[in-house]
Structure formats: structure tokens, C-alpha cells
Design a protein around this ligand. Sequence first.
Ligand SMILES: [Zn+2]
Length: 59
Amino acid sequence: MERLVFTCPQTGRDIDVGIRTELQTLLRIHANKVIVDLCPCCARRHEWLVRDAQLDRAA
Ligand SMILES: [Zn+2]
């Protein structure tokens, strides 16, 4: 399983949005899906495309 990690456009910090998935499956089906989440760094809502996620292997 892999974690979806996005970059906060306000602070430039990496945000773990708490989604754990098989990334290849997610990219195949939902590459253009928009994820909206409240950012823990700046407390604003951001929209990210799944395909813009950085990969981070979960333990
Ligand atoms: Zn943010």
C-alpha cells in the first residue's frame, strides 16, 4: 500500500491526506479525480489531482 502525499501550495510542506491505496489501481481509475481536503498546515481547503500525488510508501 502507498500513501497519497500532496504539497501544500501555501507552505510548500508535504501533506498526508490519509488515503492509503494501491497507487497503480488508483491512477488507472482516478488519475483525474480531484481530492479536496482541509490542510493541516494552513487550515485552508486545497484541491489536488490524484495524478499530482507524491508517492510515499506506507510501512
Ligand atoms: Zn495548505
